[in-house]
Design a protein around this ligand. Structure first.
Ligand SMILES: C[S@@+](CC[C@H](N)C(=O)[O-])C[C@H]1O[C@@H](n2cnc3c(N)ncnc32)[C@H](O)[C@@H]1O
Length: 185
């Protein structure tokens, strides 16, 4: 049994990412997901990793450097809302791990006004078979409406072009983390 949506998301992403692919981490945070993506794309691949907090990018850089992976990653201190201004490459995967930086300022959180344009722009860049993964945290202030809107968005995507999946626990608190996965057909 997979206890946490992020583990499930990584299993799916690992299968969709090939060596040499371009992928994006929309929320670098402490760098765990960026490290995971950098390992998946290999030496010839590329990860673009966004965060609005320098502290998060510094911590991501340290994680990468420790593992000798920093050459595979471009760290971008900007909102993911501007994703399409930074690349027009076809992407094999896009990860969002929403909410606030663990160990950081809990008032700096992802917000729908930037998450939605990032999701929208990101879907446009996904290649066929590419996967967008979003960890949702309804428990923090503003997280519930962000999560609900993104779930509605994913539900409305035309099934001719996308498969969307909502992964959540049935016998846990309704505020526990949830996962959305969208695959381009
Ligand atoms: C839950 S943390 C990410 C965890 C991270 N993926 C990891 O592996 O440690 C969420 C991050 O999103 C960042 N964030 C908030 N709004 C953002 C935005 N508009 N664009 C990019 N990053 C943003 C926060 O600064 C925070 O570092």
């Amino acid at each position: 049994m997979i206890e946490y949506g992020l583990q499930f998301s990584k299993q799916v992403l690992r299968q969709s990412i090939q060596k040499g692919d371009w992928v994006v981490d929309c929320t670098a945070g402490n760098g765990h997901d960026t490290v995971f993506l950098a390992e998946c794309v290999g030496d010839q691949g590329r990860v673009l990793s966004f965060d609005i907090q320098k502290k998060a990018l510094d911590s991501t850089f340290s994680q990468l450097k420790e593992r000798n992976l920093e050459q595979r990653v471009k760290l971008i201190e900007s909102s993911h809302a501007y994703l399409t201004e930074y690349t027009n490459k076809e992407l094999a995967a896009i990860m969002f791990n929403l909410g606030y930086l663990p160990g950081g300022n809990h008032k700096v959180v992802t917000k729908l006004e930037s998450t939605l344009p990032a999701v929208d722009g990101g879907l446009g860049l996904l290649k066929k078979g590419g996967v967008m993964s979003m960890m949702l945290y309804p428990g923090h202030y503003g997280g519930k409406s962000e999560s609900e809107t993104l779930i509605r968005y994913a539900k409305m995507l035309p099934s001719k072009y996308y498969t969307s999946l909502h992964y959540h626990f049935l016998n846990k608190n309704s505020n526990s983390p949830q996962l959305l996965l969208i695959q381009k057909k």
